[in-house]
Design a protein around this ligand. Structure first.
Ligand SMILES: [Zn+2]
Length: 80
């Protein structure tokens, strides 16, 4: 049995912003809110896999670590 350790939402949100190349968090959230495909990141500690998901996704499948641990930027920011 393995225990999935989830990271701090704020830390992952900043990481996602950095990995996706957005200069500010606000910029990324505004882009995400205006689009159907939202930047999303795996919440597992040590896995920073990023992809695009539905804006309200909070348990998407991670291709990198195999967990249902992908959360969208809007979910992490508490916008949805
Ligand atoms: Zn992962």
């Amino acid at each position: 049995m393995s225990t999935i350790v989830l990271s701090n939402k704020g830390a992952k949100l900043m990481k996602l912003c950095e990995l996706e190349g957005f200069k500010t968090l606000n910029h990324m959230l505004r882009r995400a809110a205006a689009d159907n495909a939202c930047p999303a990141i795996c919440m597992t500690e040590g896995c920073d896999h990023t992809t695009e998901m539905e804006p309200d996704q909070d348990h998407g499948y991670c291709e990198a670590c195999g967990g249902n641990t992908i959360a969208s930027a809007l979910v992490l920011a508490g916008w949805v």
